[in-house]
Design a protein around this ligand. Structure first.
Ligand SMILES: [Mg+2]
Length: 165
C-alpha cells in the first residue's frame, strides 16, 4: 500500500516534466488528470499555454490521454476547447473511477500502449498515483495548480496525503 502511493517522478507542474528523458526511457504517452493538473479546478476550457504544450508533445511523438473521474459532459466540453488537429488525437476516459484499474487499462488499450509505455500525470496520491502504480504505469505527481479552490472532499483527502508527501 505505502509503496503504491509513491510517484516515480515529482514535478512542480506539467510544464516542468522532462519529456526528453521520458522519451528516452521508453514513455510514448502521457495520461493526464484535468482538475488542478492541467488547469485549475473546474476550469471549463483549456488555456493557451496548455494547448501549445500539448501540441509540442504530439509533435514529439507522444500519445495524449485524459483520465478523469469527472463526468462526460465536463470532459467532452474541455476536450472540445482544443484546436482542430489536436482534439481528435486526445484519448479520454470519463468517470474513470481512479484508483480502480479499469480506466487506466481502457485508456492504454485505446491509445495502443502497454502500461509501461504510459505515464500517468496527476496531483492526487489516492487517485492518480495509486491507480497508475497499481496499473503498471509510470507515475508523475505534480503540485495542485490552485489548492485553494478545491471542493471539501478533495481537501479532506489532502489531509490524509500529508504523511506520504
Ligand atoms: Mg486533480
Amino acid at each position: 500500500m505505502f509503496k503504491r502511493m509513491k510517484p516515480r517522478y515529482k514535478y512542480d507542474n506539467i510544464y516542468a516534466i522532462d519529456t526528453g528523458e521520458m522519451y528516452a526511457s521508453g514513455i510514448r504517452g502521457f495520461f493526464f488528470d484535468i482538475d488542478n493538473t492541467m488547469e485549475p479546478y473546474s476550469t471549463p476550457r483549456p488555456g493557451k499555454r496548455l494547448t501549445e504544450w500539448l501540441v509540442g508533445l504530439d509533435s514529439a511523438g507522444f500519445k495524449i490521454g485524459i483520465l478523469s473521474n469527472a463526468r462526460r459532459e465536463r470532459i467532452e466540453h474541455f476536450v472540445s476547447g482544443f484546436p482542430d488537429g489536436l482534439k481528435e488525437k486526445i484519448y479520454y476516459v470519463c468517470d474513470a473511477g481512479k484508483p480502480l484499474k479499469k480506466g487506466f487499462r481502457k485508456l492504454c488499450a485505446s491509445a495502443g500502449l502497454e502500461p509501461g509505455q504510459a505515464a500517468m500525470v496527476g496531483d492526487q496520491l489516492f487517485t492518480d498515483i495509486l491507480g497508475g502504480n497499481r496499473s503498471g504505469l509510470i507515475t508523475i505527481l505534480v503540485k495542485p495548480i490552485d489548492p485553494t479552490i478545491e471542493p471539501p472532499f478533495v481537501r479532506f483527502k489532502r489531509f490524509f496525503e500529508r504523511p506520504f508527501l
